[in-house]
Design a binder for this molecule. Structure first.
Ligand code: NIG
Ligand code: FE
Length: 392
């Protein structure tokens, strides 16, 4: 008789996670987390099957007792640029000595990335993804944007796809040097052969809509071309100054627009009215000494806010969502609960995901055990590695 691994196979063992001093469940609806003291939950077939007081927990096949620690949903990092080679620590040091951050620094990484082998790039992405996992990120987005040729963008996305389904084509990061005199020709390349080669490996398309990169008309054209290939749009906008990007994202009904550092009153109204998620990247302001975005104003206006790392070798070389939470609380006046929501459910909203970012019945068993009795320690103990265990 042959063994049948299909319908007749025994179900995988159920797991009771208990001894939880504080379980962050994250209620549906913008910005609200639910906190259960002395809690437990049950995992069946990779999904949460039951959540409640530890005293009422049902029996399961296996038990994980976390010994009075807090449990939070895995972080959802909806914005990173991990496919790169080279190092820009000298640029960072110069910035700390007074040089401003400028989009042109991207070209330094483009040169190094083009010169790297597939294997070097893959090893580099793997190293950063593992760094993220160790720090509690269970879902991540990765962009291309340091290749800027048809082949280099396609290979960046093919490499990123080995690590996540949330891959974003960012051929429109900057105009590369060989097109400096012909930016229109570069837009034609991005919307034509580059998109054709990138689309099979990407879920999203992004444009850096900023002075020195791409204007609103170019961004609209690129996003429309991407849509024609089945890619959903997102934008880098209003990072270095006020501009049309946030308004464009809202007009087009994009799920998320990222940075939002310099916003006008009408940008804030547009974000509120469209429901487009404002993804704030406070590690960028920390690493460029720019003013932080007005998170408090956005939340008070009713805008949905996500937090992400923007991990990249130029404007912000951190992969730590805990640091982003601490900065959001200390520098942007978000409450610890708001910051945790934005780093989990908010990131999930920015990626259109409803299976992650919340610990609730039916969601993926995707969680982080903190070496702390409360999630507040993520902001209260900045810089301390509090992630004890990660499951995803
Ligand atoms: O999100 N703003 C555009 N792109 C990146 C920076 C990339 C770089 O400086 O290499 C960002 O900040
Ligand atoms: Fe970015």
């Amino acid at each position: 008789m042959t063994y049948d691994a299909g319908a007749g196979a025994p179900p995988p063992p159920s797991l009771l996670v208990t001894g939880i001093a504080e379980l962050v469940t994250t209620e549906p609806g913008a910005g609200s987390i639910g906190v259960l003291a002395d809690a437990a939950f049950v995992v069946e077939r990779g999904r949460v099957a039951w959540v409640g007081p530890a005293a009422d927990a049902p029996v399961a096949d296996q038990v994980q007792d976390v010994g009075g620690r807090a449990v939070v949903p895995g972080f959802v990092d909806s914005h990173s640029h991990l496919v790169f080679a080279g190092d820009r620590s000298a640029e960072f040091a110069a910035r700390m000595a007074g040089e401003p951050y400028a989009a042109g620094g991207i070209r330094t990484t483009v040169a190094a990335t083009r010169a790297a082998t597939d294997e070097q790039l893959t090893v580099n992405v793997a190293r950063h993804v593992s760094e993220m996992r160790r720090q509690g990120t269970t879902t991540l987005e990765v962009k291309s944007g340091y290749g800027l040729t048809v082949l280099d963008e396609a290979r960046a996305l093919a490499i990123a796809r080995q690590f996540t389904a949330e891959t974003t084509f960012l051929g429109a990061h900057v105009v590369p040097p060989e097109y400096a005199d012909d930016p229109g020709g570069y837009v034609d390349l991005v919307t034509g052969p580059m998109l054709e080669a990138a689309a099979p490996h990407a879920s999203w398309i992004d444009v850096f809509c900023e002075t020195g990169a791409f204007d609103a008309d170019q961004a609209r054209e690129i996003l429309f071309a991407g849509k024609g290939k089945g890619l959903r749009g997102r934008l880098h906008a209003n990072q270095l100054g006020e501009g049309p990007g946030v308004q464009l994202a809202c007009d087009l009904g994009l799920l998320a627009v990222d940075h939002c550092t310099y916003l006008s009153g009408s940008d804030v109204s547009a974000l509120r009215d469209s429901g487009t998620v404002a993804t704030l990247l406070p590690g960028v302001e920390f690493s460029t000494r720019q003013p932080y975005p007005d998170a408090r104003g956005l939340l008070d206006a009713g805008v949905t806010v996500a937090l992400a790392s923007d991990c990249n070798p130029g404007s912000c070389y951190t992969s730590s969502m805990s640091l982003c939470i601490a900065l959001a609380v200390r520098e942007m006046r978000m409450t610890p609960a708001e910051a945790l929501w934005s780093a989990t459910a908010g990131g999930a909203a920015a990626l259109g995901r409803d299976d992650v970012g919340r610990l609730a019945v039916g969601k993926r068993a995707d969680y982080v055990v903190l070496d702390a009795p409360s999630f507040v320690h993520l902001a209260y103990r900045p810089g301390v590695p509090l992630v004890a265990d990660v499951t995803y």
